[in-house]
Design a binder for this molecule. Sequence first.
Ligand code: AMP
Ligand code: TRP
Length: 332
Amino acid sequence: MTTRILSGIRPTGHIHLGNYLGAIRSWVSMLDQVDERLFCIVDQHALTTQEDAKDLRKNTLTIAAAYIASGIDPVKNHIFVQSHVPGHTELAWYFNCITPMGWLSRMTQFKDKAGKNKDQAMTGLFVYPALMAADILIYKATHVPVGEDQKQHVELARDIAQAFNNYVGKDIFPLPEPIIKKETARIMSLRDGSKKMSKSDPSDYSRIHLLDDNETIELKIRKAKTDAEPIPGAIDLLGERLEAKNLLSLYAVFTKTSLLHVLTEFEGKMFSEFKPKLTSVMIDHLSPVRNTMLELLADEATLLQYLKRGADAANTLADAHIKEVRQALNMV
Ligand code: AMP
Ligand code: TRP
């Protein structure tokens, strides 16, 4: 069976370290293990929350630049914008027609974002997971690398694939599997270790942006919440020190070692000594990515050419699968 991965990021707000480690870097680590690789900038998803759709064009190009700068070659992989492939929204409609409202009401992201007044929530926000299922299944993707918060949506995509196959009596869609890397599944906020790092946090100090310059990275780490205890030598001794655990885990990720190894290295030291070390490994890793992103963003024509190339390849695959779906639905 052909293995195909598909994943995407919404072009909303500032792309941050959680997106980079939880999503992009995990994609890069599996590029040579799969037959076909599609990376989408999901602009239509950004429209489900209007405040996020500001600066859509700029944010879309920034995410494309982040993919390429992180090591996804736009010639060997398909990097494209969701709205350039009309098949996504067509397939999403067919999925809306076979997806019970109860399945969508159970999505925790909908519950979080809609808040108390569900009647006022937009329909697009409610049916968003059906569009995400279409993003994945229009390519018959077999694996979907994401952060932990997207697991429920990928599981719903499996249910929708199965429901569609049952409805038409044919195994059109594979059941896609989420791939979630344990070490980077949930990068936490720098201000509150119980919350994930997120674009929607009002404080810029809660996250490192991929376009932050070195001074800003240094400042944000210096201001990151910690405690006045020394670093312990064992993981269970970290207990409820969530902010401490987050920073130490980040160091482990950037130095490609384990949390335990980091604890052994810094046992008995204070965070005032640890933070400059973390800043330094982070800057070493992130500054080349930022510089390449800035170069790519300065040459918009080339970036748009890459996106066109990606969209052409994606449309070829999507069109073939949409034809199959229309036939299975008995459309003329
Ligand atoms: P979004 O910004 O919601 O479009 O997320 C894009 C991708 O980044 C998804 O795969 C998310 O699971 C992942 N992601 C977002 N925030 C984090 C985080 N704090 N830790 C790990 N992964 C994340
Ligand atoms: N829902 C995802 C998020 O909020 C983004 C997304 C849209 C996605 N379509 C996708 C991720 C398809 C993986 C595959 O992060």
